[in-house]
Structures are given as C-alpha cells and as structure tokens.
Design a binder for this molecule. Structure first.
Ligand SMILES: [Zn+2]
Length: 60
C-alpha cells in the first residue's frame, strides 16, 4: 500500500503517520470545530511536511 502525503498539493509519498491535520493550526484555535471523526483520523505526511506541521503547532 502506497500512501501519499496528505498535505495540500503534495504528491510525495507520506510514510509518517500523524494525528495532525493540514488545518491543525486552525483546529487548535477552534476546538469546537473538531468532530470526533476528525479527531481520530490519522494522516500521512512526507518528512518535509511533517516537520512543517510540527513547527506550526509549536509556534504560538
Ligand atoms: Zn508532503
């Protein structure tokens, strides 16, 4: 099974599993917007975008 990075417009293979969504920064500010389905969904990212999302979450 080949997984593709979930980051918008990215076609790289995404081997890194994460709970972070591409809109994680927005979701953190709007927790009411998180549905149970989205909260438990798992995303896959390439190494580059995984780091991008981690940095977005850490920056306040
Ligand atoms: Zn990517």
């Amino acid at each position: 099974m080949t997984v593709i990075c979930d980051y918008p417009n990215c076609k790289n293979k995404g081997p890194l599993k994460s709970r972070l969504s591409p809109e994680s920064k927005l979701i953190l500010k709007m927790k009411k917007a998180i549905s149970l389905k989205d909260a438990y969904r798992e995303f896959y990212y390439c190494k580059e975008h995984h780091e991008v999302l981690i940095n977005q979450v850490l920056i306040k």
